[in-house]
Ligand binder design. Structure first.
Ligand code: ZN
Length: 279
């Protein structure tokens, strides 16, 4: 494969194929999200960490459901949940733009799993200091959720992992990701693609570092993974079962499902969140 003279269009197309959902959220779904946007300071770099929460809900007590999107992404990934009036009426949702994305683009911290988890944990201490937490992450958001659970284990009731990247042996940088990290091209690609690239290049090392954490984590972990996931292989669940020996583990493999279970199996996910918030 030749790396000479790739066009930005080719780069964008490669990302679109590899990382983006195969459909876009309907504009009406986004418009139905009655949310307010907030920012809090990143204690590490002084940049901003942005998040949204539905208006007219109070997560200062009770259980807050923390939503962490995949790579690339933004809080908008959770629009079908935030637009669900029944859900919003009964559960306190809080959806972040992870560091490097959207309203958190000014956070200049490392894009490693560990640092992202540290940034979000510090933000949660500011935003919902008293709430019990259920932390849910999709794809790259999965290992970040685990890092949050490690740091805030006293108040994390459960972690929900949807098609998470966990096993470092399944991670490899794709050719166009290494290419996009080159200095010249880096300045030309949009910020969210740049952040996506940076964090994916650091993922394997981050997951290796997380192996010891997984072994010591004692919070309940619920993992849903599609049997037909061709982006993050379902074998990641074997790794989870092997490594998370202290956690109360509940793994559900969904036959016929691909990588996009937050949207294709939303009812199942909502049932799980309701159940976890009750206990
Ligand atoms: Zn930062």
């Amino acid at each position: 494969m030749s790396f000479s003279r790739p066009s930005l269009w080719q780069l964008a197309a490669a990302y679109a194929t590899a990382r983006r959902p195969p459909f876009s959220l309907r504009r009406s779904t986004l418009e139905s999200c009655d949310v307010s946007a907030h920012r809090t300071g990143c204690p590490e770099c002084g940049g901003a960490l942005g998040y949204v929460r539905p208006r007219r809900q109070d997560a200062s007590g009770g259980t807050a459901i923390v939503l962490l999107h995949g790579s690339p992404g933004s809080w908008r990934a959770w629009a079908p949940y935030l637009a669900d009036r029944n859900l919003v009426a009964s559960l306190s949702l809080l959806a972040f733009d992870r560091p490097g994305y959207g309203s958190s683009a000014s956070c200049s911290c490392s894009r490693s799993v560990a640092t992202q988890g540290a940034c979000i944990s510090a933000a949660l201490d500011e935003i919902v200091p008293d709430a019990a937490l259920v932390v849910m992450g999709h794809s790259f958001g999965g290992p970040v959720a685990l890092e949050v659970a490690r740091r805030l284990h006293d108040r994390v009731r459960a972690c929900v992992l949807l098609a998470p990247s966990l096993d470092p042996s399944h991670e490899r940088a794709l050719w166009f990701q290494r290419l996009a990290a080159a200095t010249l091209i880096r300045t030309l690609v949009p910020a969210d693609i740049r952040s996506c690239n940076e964090e994916i290049l650091m993922l394997r090392e981050g997951l290796q570092a997380q192996a010891g954490i997984l072994a010591n984590l004692a919070v309940p972990i619920h993992c849903l993974h599609g049997a037909m996931d061709d982006l993050v292989p379902v074998e990641n669940t074997d790794y989870l079962a092997q490594m998370a020996t202290r956690a109360r583990l509940d793994i559900e493999i969904i036959s016929g499902a691909d990588h996009y279970i937050p949207w294709s199996h939303r009812d199942r996910v909502v049932d799980l969140l309701r159940q976890l918030a009750k206990h």
